[in-house]
Design a protein around this ligand. Structure first.
Ligand code: NAP
Length: 251
C-alpha cells in the first residue's frame, strides 16, 4: 500500500529529505513538501509541492485528514517555531505520527567573539558599543528592533528585495541566496568594513561561513538564541529522519 508523507519544508534539510525519501522509498511513499511561500522563486524540490499556510494547527490537522497523510516530518528552520508548534498539535489531535528534524546548533570555537543574547531587542542593545557598521543577517521582524540605532549603518542580506523599505535610517541591501562560501563572506566583511555581525543561532551549513569569516577576522558576532525546540521525537539529521521513516514503513 502506498503511504503519504507530508514534509514541512523551507530548508535545505527538507529538500534533501524529499529527494532521498523518493530515492529510497519512492515505490512505497508519495512525498509532498509544504512551503510557506515566502520566497518568490524557491529552490526546486523533488516530489509534490504545496504552498501557503494551513490556517493554524486546526487548519493543518484538517489538511492532514483531508489529504490522507500517514506521516508528518517537520523539517522547518529552528526559528520557525510557530509552524513547529502547529505540527506537534496537529499530530496530537489527528494521531498522525510526527517527527521533527532539528539541526544541531553551532559550537563556539577558539577565536569566536560571540555575544549571546535572548532576542532581537537585546541584540540591538549589544551592538550599540561595538562599532558603527553592522551586518544584520536577520528577518524583517527582528530588524525592527534596530530602528532606534540611527547613528549606525547596516548591511542587510535578503533572498528577495524587501516589499517595503527597511525601517532603518542607514542601510544597504545585499541580494543573495545561500549557501554562502567563506571567501565571499571574508571579502564582504573587509570591503564593507564591518565592525560586528548580528546573526541567529541557526546552526547548519547555509550560513556558517558568515560565522567562520567573522572568527577569522576577529569580528564580534551578536548571536540571538533559538526558540525552544519542538516536542519529541526529534532527530538531528536527514539520515536519522530516513531511519525513522524506514521504521514506520516497515512497522
Ligand atoms: P513560523 O513563524 O513558524 O510560521 C508562521 C506561519 O507561516 C505558520 O503558522 C504557517 O501559517 C506558515 N508556515 C510556516 N512554515 C510553513 C510551511 N513550511 N508550510 C506551510 N505554511 C507554513 O515560520 P517562519 O519563521 O515565518 O518561516 C516560514 C518558512 O520559512 C518555514 O517553512 C521555514 O522553514 C522557512 N525558513 C525560515 C527561516 C527563519 O529564519 N525563520 C529561515 C529559513 C527558512 P498557518 O498558521 O496559516 O499554517
Amino acid at each position: 500500500m502506498t503511504r503519504r508523507l507530508l514534509i514541512l519544508g523551507g530548508t535545505g534539510e527538507a529538500r534533501r529529505l524529499a529527494e532521498r525519501t523518493l530515492a529510497q522509498f519512492g515505490s512505497r511513499l508519495v512525498v509532498i513538501t509544504s512551503l510557506a511561500g515566502r520566497t518568490a522563486e524557491p529552490v526546486p524540490v523533488a516530489g509534490e509541492v504545496r504552498y501557503g499556510g494551513f490556517g493554524g494547527a486546526a487548519g493543518l490537522a484538517a489538511y492532514l485528514r483531508g489529504n490522507a497523510i500517514d506521516l508528518l516530518v517537520d523539517a522547518t528552520h529552528p526559528f520557525a517555531d510557530q509552524i513547529s508548534r502547529n505540527a506537534a498539535e496537529a499530530s496530537a489531535v489527528t494521531g498522525i505520527p510526527r517527527l521533527a528534524v532539528v539541526r544541531p546548533p553551532w559550537q563556539r570555537q577558539p577565536g569566536d567573539r560571540w555575544i549571546e543574547v535572548p532576542d532581537a531587542p537585546a541584540a540591538a542593545a549589544a551592538v550599540g558599543p561595538l562599532g558603527r557598521r553592522i551586518w544584520l543577517t536577520l528577518g524583517t521582524t527582528d530588524i525592527e528592533a534596530f530602528t532606534s540605532l540611527t547613528e549606525h549603518w547596516f548591511l542587510v542580506r535578503r533572498v528577495d528585495p524587501p516589499p517595503a523599505p527597511l525601517p532603518l535610517c542607514q542601510a544597504e541591501i545585499l541580494l543573495a541566496r545561500g549557501p554562502f562560501v567563506l571567501e565571499d563572506e571574508r571579502r564582504i566583511l573587509a570591503e564593507q568594513r564591518i565592525d560586528a555581525v548580528v546573526s541567529r543561532a541557526s546552526g547548519g551549513a547555509t550560513t556558517v561561513a558568515n560565522i567562520d569569516a567573522a572568527r577569522d577576522a576577529g569580528i564580534p558576532v551578536v548571536l540571538i538564541a533559538r526558540p525552544p525546540p519542538p516536542p519529541e521525537p526529534l532527530v538531528p539529521t536527514v539520515e536519522a529522519a530516513l531511519g525513522w521513516l524506514r521504521s514506520r514503513l516497515d512497522a
